[in-house]
Design a protein around this ligand. Structure first.
Ligand SMILES: Cc1cc2nc3c(=O)[nH]c(=O)nc-3n(C[C@H](O)[C@H](O)[C@H](O)COP(=O)(O)OP(=O)(O)OC[C@H]3O[C@@H](n4cnc5c(N)ncnc54)[C@H](O)[C@@H]3O)c2cc1C
Length: 378
């Protein structure tokens, strides 16, 4: 049986950033990262807006606020160091009211989180920057950007493997049995339509399974089910826009209270192609198909700030699913990271509810979890 110091389940952006940070900071530890799909980042980490968030929206002191702000800085440095394509294009959070207290409140919230560069823009300033935008005022966030998330993940994996991390795709963790010296990790390896069972041993097991984190937690023998936070799947659909992109910045409406997302915003990829979304819809299962009938609702929401939109040029693009810990109408929940001992098993760490801003925060999540791993005897 192969033995490792640390086994990570899940090669989304959280597992990959963690593998990279662990390999950098604990160079003598043997580390394996297991991924059930044929390649890394096939789920939430490739079904997103690719935005580097500033850290404005989250409650002061929350993990989301702290790890987003620290993660943003680390991510910009990482992109520079390793030539990951990115653009610091900035974002406008807009209101249709001239003196909207919502914008002021958001600015103050951002400031409390350490986002100190936010600027309130009046309509004149706004129209100079974005003449095609219909809005009365905005909050400008210069530190918001976009990146090539696939390139980022591929770089994380390359660095981790170069530092000695073992990566196994097509390997699903099925059951985790606690033993005296850690865990026996049972897996299924898929190859050419067949599957083989394989067991490895690890002193520390880290659940980074994203949408499957709760179901994997239930497969760790001895974990009290009551300690596993409940999960609510919240789908977000995107529509591509085939017309000309008139915007220089990312454009976000002011979030409505109680909304599970940030509102149907305009984002763009590094080639400048415009895309709108994601909306919010609580769903019962993981199904990434998009309902084309949503087009009219998208057009109506977008035309509030982009009146010259041609609705016929909207076409379904892709969907992502948020692994939320809060249900409809409940206040937003924070990231939930169970450290060693929190489930009664030293050596077990679990990440739940890594929704937005998980991409931005990923390197800081990697550092945070590495600090927790250093408490485990390996
Ligand atoms: C619509 C949408 C838009 C978003 N936009 C942004 C954004 O613009 N900026 C931002 O910062 N964040 C954004 N996010 C959040 C971000 O996408 C997530 O926080 C991040 O991708 C979560 O990464 P993860 O590694 O936790 O999960 P995942 O990417 O889902 O990775 C989990 C991995 O675990 C694997 N796995 C599961 N079970 C097992 C098992 N038993 N054995 C082995 N492998 C397993 C899965 O196959 C998967 O590859 C967005 C999210 C959504 C849904």
């Amino acid at each position: 049986m192969d033995s490792f110091d640390i086994c990570i389940a899940g090669a989304g952006v959280a597992g990959l950033a963690l593998a990279h940070r662990l390999a950098e900071r604990m160079p003598t530890a043997s580390i394996v990262i297991l991924e059930q799909e044929s390649s890394f980042g096939q789920h939430t980490s490739s079904r997103l807006s690719e935005v580097i968030h500033a850290g404005i929206y989250y409650p002061e002191g929350s993990l989301k606020a702290r790890l987003c702000v620290a993660g943003k800085q680390a991510l910009y440095r990482f992109c520079e160091t390793y030539q990951v394509p990115y653009r610091n294009i900035g974002k406008l959070i807009i209101s249709q009211h001239k003196a909207d207290p919502g914008l002021e409140q958001l600015k103050a919230k951002g400031h409390r989180n350490g986002v100190e560069d936010l600027q309130l823009w009046d309509q004149e300033r706004l129209l100079q920057a974005e003449p095609n935008l219909q809005a009365a005022a905005a909050l400008y966030s210069p530190s918001t950007g976009i990146l090539d998330s696939h390139h980022f993940m591929a770089t994380l994996l390359r660095l981790a493997e170069t530092a000695g991390v073992t990566y196994a795709a097509r390997t699903e963790v099925t059951t985790i049995h606690p033993i005296d010296s850690g865990f026996d990790v049972e897996t299924k390896i898929f190859n050419a339509g067949k599957s083989d069972s394989y067991i490895l041993n690890a002193k520390c097991f880290i659940n980074c399974a994203g949408l499957q984190a709760q179901s994997l937690a239930m497969r760790v023998e001895g974990v009290d089910e009551a300690s596993i936070p409940s999960q609510h799947l919240c789908k977000g659909d995107y529509f591509d826009y085939g017309g000309r992109n008139p915007f220089q910045h990312l454009i976000y409406p002011l979030p409505e209270p109680g909304l599970a997302g940030l509102g149907i915003h305009s984002t763009q990829d590094l080639a400048g192609r415009l895309r709108f979304g994601p909306d919010t819809e609580y769903v019962g299962e993981i199904d990434y198909r998009i309902n084309p009938a949503k087009q009219a609702g998208f057009a109506e929401a977008i035309q509030r700030y982009f009146p010259s939109l041609d609705p016929t040029r909207l076409s379904p693009a892709y969907a992502g699913i948020r692994p939320k810990l809060s249900g409809p109408g409940e206040p937003p929940a924070d990231f939930c990271i169970h450290g060693p001992g929190s489930s009664g098993l030293p050596g077990l760490l679990q990440l739940f509810g890594i929704e937005s801003p998980g991409l931005t925060a990923s390197l800081a999540i990697g550092d945070y979890v590495t600090d927790l791993v250093s408490e485990v005897t390996i």
